[in-house]
Ligand binder design. Structure first.
Ligand SMILES: [Zn+2]
Ligand SMILES: [Zn+2]
Length: 243
């Protein structure tokens, strides 16, 4: 991970409805933070129609920031165990696609509260829940050319589980699929995940790691309040608390 020189997950108000700063301000903040690379990861759904406008806006902004590599991605949710994605057409022109666990991917996108309830009353076992999430994530990585695993496993605490519920062998298999599909693993500051154990498994498999703030306003871009607390060699501190 090139700490401090890249921010691989930021949003702008022009395209993400929950963001607060326009593209120009976000890019100015990236330059002020002395980033070499910023990756925009705007929220999309299958119904999104602004992809051409997004591509054009970045194209027009690039000459104003010659020292900054501006990558165009979108953040989509993984829908189910087949790895189906909530993506509009036309994403081939993007530099990456961020795959996110915003809902729990069972045989349909399931609200985390519902999954928590199913786990509590025994309709769903921990094993089956974890297997569904891993199957969905593996399959999703095979569906796009440049996958980025966005805040991997952030959904686990929402359903009352932790990354410790993912068996080591299954984690290793996920990491190998990530390597095979040329995926990138982000370490997400906003969600403080994935855990050091997960990061180590992916690093061992040869998956590139990137740092992300998941900034929704310009002031957060490239500002590493969490990563600055890591040891100086850049290795994550041991973490037993999960995601
Ligand atoms: Zn997200
Ligand atoms: Zn995001």
């Amino acid at each position: 991970m090139t700490r401090g020189r890249e921010d691989f997950h930021v949003h702008t108000s022009g395209f993400s409805d929950d963001a607060h700063s326009p593209l120009a301000d976000v890019l100015a903040a990236a330059v002020a933070a002395e980033l070499d690379v910023v990756c925009l990861a705007e929220h999309v759904r299958a119904s999104t129609t602004w992809l051409p406008d997004y591509l054009q806006a970045v194209q027009e902004a690039r000459p104003q920031h010659p020292g900054l590599r501006i990558l165009r991605s979108v953040e989509t949710k993984i829908l189910d165990t087949t790895g189906a994605l909530d993506l509009p057409p036309g994403t081939e022109a993007l530099d990456a696609v961020h795959l996110a666990d915003h809902q729990f991917p069972l045989d349909h996108p399931t609200h985390p509260d519902d999954v928590r309830e199913q786990l509590r009353d025994g309709r769903l076992s921990v094993d089956d829940a974890v297997t569904a999430l891993l199957d969905a994530t593996c399959a999703a990585m095979g569906r796009v050319a440049q996958p980025v695993l966005a805040h991997l496993f952030s959904v686990l605490p929402k359903v009352g589980l932790s990354e410790q519920d993912v068996p080591g062998a299954a984690l290793g298999e996920l990491a190998h699929v990530a390597a095979r599909t040329h995926a990138v693993l982000e370490v997400n500051q906003k969600w403080a995940c994935p855990s050091a154990r997960t990061i180590a498994a992916f690093a061992t498999a040869g998956v590139p790691l990137v740092a992300s703030t998941d900034a929704h306003e310009a002031a957060e871009v490239g500002r590493w309040s969490m990563l600055d607390r890591l040891p100086h060699n850049g290795s994550p501190a041991p973490d037993s608390s999960g995601c």
